[in-house]
Structure formats: structure tokens, C-alpha cells
Design a protein around this ligand. Structure first.
Ligand code: NAD
Length: 517
């Protein structure tokens, strides 16, 4: 008889001579096994050399009181996330057409996804929640704050978004109507004309004065709420690209000088990112614009602060990065991938402006690259499927996004395999949990240091948080490393990072070998 599958909800404690739990830290020795390859063209073979590196991770076990500051707090994502945290914290249930509903964190990988750990004594597969591997902040304990160019309080913003049920909105009103976003850094040349009427809550003054004011907000928030750490997440509208001089785009000191000089191409998002980094706060770019320029990333390295971007991967692109991987992984050759999206929320309205659409369109189209170029048996060098993305604004639908995706692939012996997928979801319901996850995981990264044999001291991880690629349409990588878009490779990277922090090897899926004797 099958011994089955078991889910174990408790925190993980690894029992191994390589792992040591002190009151303060988890120390974990980790053997990083890589494979380096080179092509032996003369003899027509690939030479492979397994390599082993010894690393030691040190993870601070103390979970801090965390603040999450959202830029664009009064938007659909910002207000939905805030409402969800309050509803979960206060355990507010509500009536919907389907009956009584209770709050949850579905869609948050840290809260509601599980990881395969190993087998128990009976040989059953054991799964644990992702948040059980190392200590993570719980979303109910996060203190929320942020900025918006619109002065609406959070209760009005939630009504404006029309994402959550009316009965829940009504019950949340007393909690949210007292909350008003702080005045925002704003420059009308960076967002669409159709958003200008919303901008009644903005900072005045030069770029330097706006930056100083944002830094003051972060410091004041920390002091008022006794918050130990803060993560700043951009969830405001997509901006157009900033076109800075090469020097300001590459060198932190030139960037700071450009801000002092009130340089017109310093976008509001750059001001938020720089403010966060100078205040030692991780920064997440949830939109496609080029905020995280090399100079900003270098500034983050100098301050040992994680940064993550770009553009949350929550809906159609996420499905594409797993569906295309499925096709190519099965040896099928997708030739045409065509997706139509339509919705009617404020962000889509702003994307009707061609200049604002450009970064989004680039972000949506790059998602196939690594999947296609991983398979030369199907695709010749430079060959790609026809990839078309159409997006339309349909006001009546509000946040309810519909997308129709058609994949046409070449199959065995001239056959065709066509898949048509129709999705419908409220955009913010998919995206808000990602904001939580990236904030929670960025906070974790600030508690992790590592060293190699011979190193006396532990050093911080690389600032560009590659392990968070899973959440991004256009994942950033440091030093020109190739990005990975394939969703399950991204998910494994995240999972394996957490496992490494407690000295466990990567999940290898060698179950064909059976359980050990
Ligand atoms: P939204 O338009 O409802 O909210 C954006 C908010 O940002 C608005 O309240 C606006 O007033 C505010 N804002 C604009 N400029 C600002 C500034 N300079 N400072 C502070 N606030 C500012 O949009 P949304 O649906 O909440 O999406 C937010 C962002 O997330 C968008 O950029 C969108 O592209 C990105 N995103 C969303 C999804 C998704 O919802 N599924 C997926 C990927 C990326």
C-alpha cells in the first residue's frame, strides 16, 4: 500500500553536524556543486567538470518588526494588499454571493506554497510550508505605510479599486479611512497626461528636496511605529524610461550629483529607490521602468542593501513562462504565441499612452528568451517563435483582467498542437501577494551573510536579489549574468536558496532511487 504524502506545519530544525543553531543564528555549511563545461569542437563533444565549493551561511534568527512602504499606496494593488493584511490580522469575515468568506493569503508563495523536504520513517513524502524553513516575518505583523500622488484615504482608495467585496470594504472602512498616504515625489513628465488630475498630494521643491523629504518619511515612520527594518516597494504606475547621461546611469556619485543639480531626467522612482537605499532599506521595482540603473545598483552594493526588479510577474506572463517551458521541455516547438489582454483598471488606462506602454511591452516580450535558446534541437541560433502581445483598455471590466493566449506548436511528423487558454482574474488579487512575498524575502536577505573557507568575516549576499526572479517579468541579474525566465527554474532557485540556509542540498528529485534503507 502507498505510504502517501504528509504535510508538516511546524518550523524546520535540521539535525546535522554541518548545521548549528545558536540563540542568534543558524550556521550552515553548504557544498555548492556546480558543473563547468567547455566545447571540445575538434572531437565533437562537451567536456564536463564537476566542481565543489564550500560555503557557510549565517542567518540571523531574530525576525524584526518590519515596515512595508508602498509607492502608489492608494492604487489597486496598494489598497487591496492593505485591506488583506487588516482583514487577516483582525480575522474579518464577509458575505459574498457565494456565502461567508474568510481572509487568507492565497497566492503568496511564502505563506501558502509548500516545499518537498524528504521522507519520514514510513517512507511518506513530507512537505512543509515555505515559511517553515527559516524564520520569516508573518504578513499580519507587517506595519504598512507609503506614498501616493492621490490624497484619497485608504478606504476611499479601496472603494475606487472595486477589487474586494462590498461587505468586506464596509467592515474595513473604520480601519482604513483614517489612513492617508504621504505626499509623493512627482514629475508629470514621467507618467501619462491622463493621470495628472489624480495628483493632489505631491511634494514641492527640487529633486534633492524631494529626496530628503522621502528619507525623512522613512525615518519618521521607523521611529513612530518602532519599526526595525523597512522594505520599499514600487507599486505606482509604470513610468516612461529615464534617459540619464551615461555617467549618472553608471556611477553612484554622478547620480547623486544629478539629483543635486535637479537634472530633469531623474524620475520620481529613482528618488524613491535612492531614498530607500540611503536609509538602508531594500527596494523592489514592481513596474518595468529602468529605475534600477547600474548606478542605483552600485549604491545598493555600497550600502549592502538588496534590490529586486523588474515588473511583477503575476498573470499572463507568469503562465507564459511556465507554459512555453512545458512545450519546449516536452520537445514541442512553439511557433506562434499570441496573447490578447483586456482590462479597465487605472494602470491600463495610463498604459494607453504609447510612451508609458513601451517599457511594459519590452518587459512582456523578453520572457521566452532563455527557454527558447536552451533548446537548439528545436530552435536554430537566433530563431524565435512569433510572439505577439496585444493589450486593450476596456473600462467596464475594471480590474478584472481577461487574457486569451494561443500557442501553436509544431509536433511529431508535421503535426500541430494548438492550445488556447482563457484566463480571468482580478489583476490585484494576483499581484498583491507578490508584493508581500518580495518584501518578506528581501527582509530575509538582509539577515543572511556567508563566507568561504579562509574568510575571517561573513559578507552580505550580492545586492541584486536574483533568487527573487520568480516574482519578476524581467528579472535583474548582476554582472551581465543571463536572466532565467522559466518559472520552475526560478521557483527551484528560491526553494534551493532556503534549503541552503539550513545546510540542505538542492531538491534533486532523485526519487527513482527510492527511499534510503
Ligand atoms: P493603480 O493605477 O491602481 O495604482 C498606482 C498608484 O500609483 C495610483 O494610486 C497613483 O496615484 C500612484 N502613483 C503614480 N505615480 C506616483 C508617484 N510618483 N508616487 C506615488 N504614487 C504614485 O495601479 P495598480 O493596478 O495598483 O498597479 C500598480 C503597478 O504595479 C503598475 O505599475 C503596474 O504596471 C504594476 N504591476 C501590476 C500587476 C498586476 O496588478 N497584476 C502586475 C505587474 C505589474
Amino acid at each position: 500500500a502507498s505510504v502517501g504524502v504528509r504535510y508538516s506545519p511546524w518550523p524546520v530544525q535540521v539535525d546535522s553536524p554541518e548545521v548549528h543553531y545558536s540563540d542568534e543564528y543558524i550556521f550552515a555549511k553548504f557544498h555548492y556543486e556546480q558543473v563547468s563545461t567547455c566545447e571540445d569542437r575538434q572531437n565533437g563533444r562537451t567536456l564536463v567538470r564537476p566542481e565543489r565549493q564550500q560555503l557557510e551561511f549565517r542567518t540571523d534568527r531574530c525576525v524584526p518588526r518590519l515596515g512595508l512602504l508602498q509607492v502608489g499606496w492608494g492604487g489597486n494593488n496598494g489598497s487591496t494588499l492593505t485591506a488583506a493584511v487588516v482583514a487577516n490580522r483582525e480575522n474579518i469575515c464577509w458575505e459574498s454571493r457565494e456565502g461567508l468568506c474568510s481572509p487568507n493569503y492565497y497566492g503568496s508563495v511564502t505563506q501558502t506554497a509548500s516545499v518537498h523536504l524528504g521522507c519520514d520513517e514510513q517512507g511518506a513524502d513530507v512537505f512543509v510550508p515555505l515559511h517553515a524553513i527559516v524564520p520569516l516575518v508573518h504578513p499580519n505583523d507587517i506595519i504598512l505605510g507609503g506614498w501616493d500622488i492621490s490624497s484619497s484615504n485608504l478606504a476611499d482608495a479601496l472603494d475606487r479599486a472595486k477589487v474586494l467585496d462590498v461587505d468586506l470594504r464596509r467592515q474595513l472602512r473604520p480601519f482604513l479611512e483614517r489612513i492617508k498616504p504621504w505626499r509623493a515625489a512627482f514629475d508629470k513628465s514621467f507618467i501619462a497626461q491622463n493621470q495628472q488630475s489624480r495628483a493632489d498630494n505631491i511634494l514641492s521643491g527640487s529633486k534633492q528636496e524631494q529626496l530628503d523629504s522621502l528619507r525623512d518619511d522613512i525615518r519618521r515612520f521607523k521611529a513612530e511605529h518602532k519599526v526595525e527594518k523597512v522594505v520599499v516597494v514600487w507599486s505606482a504606475n509604470s513610468e516612461r524610461y529615464a534617459e540619464l547621461t551615461t555617467e549618472a546611469a553608471c556611477l553612484p556619485e554622478k547620480l547623486l550629483q544629478a539629483i543635486r543639480n535637479n537634472e530633469a531626467e531623474i524620475s520620481p522612482s529613482i528618488l524613491y529607490a535612492v531614498a530607500a537605499i540611503l536609509e538602508h532599506c531594500p527596494y523592489v521595482n514592481g513596474s518595468p521602468q529602468n529605475t534600477l540603473l547600474p548606478s542605483v545598483v552600485e549604491l545598493a552594493r555600497q550600502q549592502a542593501v538588496p534590490v529586486s526588479g523588474n515588473d511583477f510577474k503575476s498573470g499572463q506572463t507568469r503562465l507564459k513562462s511556465v507554459f512555453t517551458d512545458f512545450l519546449v521541455g516536452c520537445g514541442l516547438k512553439p511557433r506562434a504565441i499570441v496573447t490578447y489582454n483586456h482590462l479597465g483598471n487605472n494602470d491600463m488606462y495610463q498604459l494607453t499612452d504609447g510612451t508609458m506602454w513601451k517599457p511594459k511591452s519590452v518587459s512582456k516580450s523578453g520572457v521566452l528568451e532563455d527557454i527558447v535558446s536552451s533548446n537548439r534541437a528545436l530552435f536554430a541560433e537566433g530563431e524565435e517563435p512569433d510572439h505577439v502581445v496585444v493589450v486593450k483598455y476596456v473600462p467596464f471590466l475594471g480590474d478584472s483582467k481577461r487574457d486569451i493566449s494561443e500557442y501553436t506548436s509544431e509536433a511529431f511528423m508535421g503535426g500541430r498542437y494548438t492550445n488556447i487558454i482563457h484566463n480571468e482574474a482580478l489583476d490585484s488579487i494576483l499581484c498583491a501577494p507578490l508584493i508581500l512575498d518580495t518584501a518578506i524575502l528581501c527582509e530575509l536577505l538582509t539577515r543572511v551573510t556567508f563566507r568561504r573557507p579562509g574568510d575571517e568575516t561573513y559578507r552580505p549576499l550580492e545586492s541584486v536579489a536574483v533568487a527573487l526572479s520568480f516574482f519578476m517579468k524581467n528579472p535583474m541579474t548582476p554582472y551581465g549574468l543571463p536572466p532565467v525566465n522559466a518559472l520552475w527554474r526560478q521557483r527551484l532557485c528560491l526553494e534551493n536558496m532556503l534549503r541552503a540556509l539550513v545546510g540542505l542540498g538542492p531538491s534533486h528529485e532523485l526519487w527513482f532511487l527510492g527511499a534510503s534503507d
